[in-house]
Design a binder for this molecule. Sequence first.
Ligand code: NAD
Length: 706
Amino acid sequence: MTQTENKAVAYDVQQGVATLTMQSAPVNALSRALRVGLIDGIEQAINDESVKAIVVTSALPIFSGGADISEFAGGDLSPNLPEVLEKIENASKPVVAVLPGPAFGGGLEVALACHHRITFADNKVGLPEVNLGILPGAGGTQRLPRLADAQTALTMIVTGKPTSVLKLPGVFDKISDKPEHLLEDTKAYLASLGGATAIKRTCDISLTMSDETQAVFDAVVAQTKKASKGFFAPLKCIEAVRGAYTLAFEDGLKNEGKLFMECMNTPQARAQQHFFFAERAAGHVSDFDKSTPERAIEKVAIIGAGTMGGGIAMNFANAGIPVTMLELKEEALQKGLALIRKNYENSAKKGKLTQEQVESRMALLSGTTTYDDLSDVDLVIEAVFEKMEVKKTVFSTLDRVCKPGAILASNTSTLDIDEIATSTSRPQDVIGLHFFSPANVMRLLEVVKAEKTSPEVIKTCMKMAKRIKKVAVLVGVCFGFVGNRMIEPYGREANRLLLEGASPEQVDKVLTDFGMPMGPFTMGDMAGLDIGYYVRQSRQEHIAHDPAYGAVADRLVEMDRNGLKTGRGTYNYEPGSRVPIPDPEVLDIAKKEAQRLGVEQRSDISDDEILVRVMFSLINEGACILEEGIAAKSSDIDVIYVYGYGFPVFRGGPMQYADEVGLQTILDKLTTYRDQLGDYGKMWLEPSDLLVKLAQEGGSFKHYKK
Ligand code: NAD
């Protein structure tokens, strides 16, 4: 038995089998140390005459999570992964990959370069590189199609989704029924190795582009153009896989390398890699640390079984946490519970849940009209009408009935949580949990810390979010918090452009071409124009100095054109349809309002002007939010926008997009419109102090620290 010094890969020889065990916690990221360990191990095994076969495996519950993406920034990369894989594939002794857990990205590419692969039935593997705006760059696009069929290889590489090993019979030589049998099955497999098939190099398999395969490619291209509109890497992935069918292996690898670099050098790859880290960084906040205690959340109550209350309750039931719903009237309670059941039944009809799961989730939900029933809950989330007086009454009642230490949360979208907290004797336990609609679907949760919220309560809520599969971002108290506060100038500019002569379709198209899932007018119609109307009514002190603010939208609401729900809003809708139909009457209304308010209409509003005014205004507000410390870091804002508003992930979020464009450019363009638009420009398009400062310094939002 010999042992190398490499800490990332243990080397051990037993009965003629050299085992290279990757042991670099937490996920065997293929860092330089691990790559060196693999190369050295293979060489050692080849040079040891007593070794007849080599096993590559892992000491962790995962085979390997793939590349060490912190290395994307550069540094000493030799030996690179393709070199390691070449060494493995060309080894003169059989190399068997034994997967005791999932293999992703470079991890799966290691397994594909081995001569044999063994795993267990319940395992998954995948090539998720496309999610980072790149493609598998260590032979994955060449070796996977040689072992699986074209459809499977393309689907895995283009979607990046993990796949059950049972769907990959060509990839695995042996699939144990249980992980416990893996060792025994590996021994038997090794004993059976011999003869010409002992060294089975994936690269020796030759593929040709048959008509049938060509048809698969055509279909995947068409599907990808639709499903991944705006993304660069997915079509490059297909190009790389095509090389496996049309080029010799070596040339296919070179083609893959060239396409990999093309992807790597795009703003999209930078954006998607930024977002990968942004999402993880959102969970790291300075308000608590390891020593901060956490409270147990075993029982939850929701006040108000309306649109939001019902959706929020479903998140907890889905996670197996019992929920009590409280309404003042039995009828409203039953209506809320019935709607939840209907939602679950719909999921069951679509095959997403079994009837048994529907019943077990419903069994976790109970209803009450009596506050005394909430005396033992650990967390209460209030989702009643958006009125301060109503909320205060609810919170003072909760203060009276809830046990000490219970967390009292509000789902308010706009109200001041500090003020809500004053209605209790325990402001340290009061917090905002701002879910997005539909609350059972949208992944974002803004966790809003009020002035007196304790670190313990913040920590508990951030951890709880993970249990209910939400992406939590910690924010501070201000009107609209981060997401809705930034959407306000975005909507304001869109409405102003309508008044100045742009059509809703033009504005919406600019934003959907940018990558937003829908434009601001379609979004307004979906949310209900009345919502914005009431917000404007309640914020007169902030907007009354601009009599044209939201003027067209106000007139529409006064005409009962509230959006999709009334069949007419900024657009018209056929009964039962969500497809917006442009309405010339809206342009007439805009024209009349412009005349009434003395706003000059122009026919020369360009797409660029629309993008700059709408999107850069949103970014400018983001800068104010950063400067005020409402968001702790710009990447938190990006996470909120991607998960809460469908901001295109290939742009990384609004602040990453701004950094990519360059803050000086953002500042220059915003200033140009501020100056061109006279009084209006002065009122609303003033660049924030932080934007000016960072642009002057040549800085970026990403590196800004308050
Ligand atoms: P909703 O009108 O659909 O539901 C409110 C429910 O609260 C109703 O069922 C009502 O009967 C009940 N209720 C009212 N007063 C109550 C009281 N004193 N005690 C118990 N129940 C009471 O409203 P919604 O859209 O679910 O909004 C609820 C809250 O969530 C609001 O604060 C809103 O700002 C916030 N919110 C809404 C959205 C959204 O898109 N709808 C998104 C995020 C946050």
